[in-house]
Design a protein around this ligand. Sequence first.
Ligand SMILES: NC(=O)c1ccc[n+]([C@@H]2O[C@H](COP(=O)([O-])OP(=O)(O)OC[C@H]3O[C@@H](n4cnc5c(N)ncnc54)[C@H](OP(=O)(O)O)[C@@H]3O)[C@@H](O)[C@H]2O)c1
Length: 248
Amino acid sequence: MSKLEGKVAVVTGASKGIGAAIAKALAKNGAAVVVNYASSKAGADAVVDTITAAGGRAVAVRADVSQAAQARDLVEAAVQQFGRLDVLVNNSGVYEFAAIEEVTEEHYRRIFDVNVLGVLLATQAAAKHLGEGGSIINISSAVTDALTPTTAVYTGTKGALNAISGVLANELAPRKIRVNVVSPGYVVTEGTHTAGIAGSEMEAGFVAQTPLGRSGQPDDIAGVVAFLASDDARWVTGEVINASGGVR
Ligand SMILES: NC(=O)c1ccc[n+]([C@@H]2O[C@H](COP(=O)([O-])OP(=O)(O)OC[C@H]3O[C@@H](n4cnc5c(N)ncnc54)[C@H](OP(=O)(O)O)[C@@H]3O)[C@@H](O)[C@H]2O)c1
């Protein structure tokens, strides 16, 4: 039996990049998956098509996770479509870098709203439906250790996410719901292309600092998430797992 057979998962920000790979990996392991997107309907539909063509179950649902009503509707869609909820992957995230002189309130609010408030809202909505064996996986970043200049706001969101995840691991443990963090190092995605990182000197710097000596790929992250979603990880909670080729 596939290790996620019978489970239902919501993956936020699954229209592209790391989230798309996670949605496909969970489905490959037997989960029915809600593929969330904010603006890229075509990307989400393509992920759903890939999953259904392979015999899996998935639906695309639009929601801005930083809006409470939309985060709630996203989780309700999973229950309506598939009858239950077992796994929430909080992957949606935005990144944009700025030297301290360039940081604006708008920059701060945009990044914190998606990367931190969005996680709180989706988790709040999901916690109502998760039962014993439920698993929440939050996608953070190795930036919390790297402390790279010009990333104060983004790194701040991921530091907050790590702390929030630890709190929620303790808070939800009495209900036997696990909460863990996966921290990728640099991963080549649509987002890193848009941000101008892919192919840049910054990327070369990341690779040079990576013991395993290459850029990460979305599938490098997805397998770790599938493990944490499964009952193989039933004794693992409150952990931050680096999936970073050895960067710490
Ligand atoms: N790539 C890296 O090197 C790296 C390294 C460490 C950590 N991470 C983290 O990994 C996660 C994914 O990164 P990525 O590189 O795969 O990003 P990406 O390619 O830019 O994709 C981001 C995803 O987040 C979604 N999203 C953005 N705002 C949203 C909102 N308000 N509500 C719901 N979804 C929203 C996007 O949806 P639409 O496209 O539909 O708008 C998209 O599906 C992020 O949390 C990021 O911080 C990435």
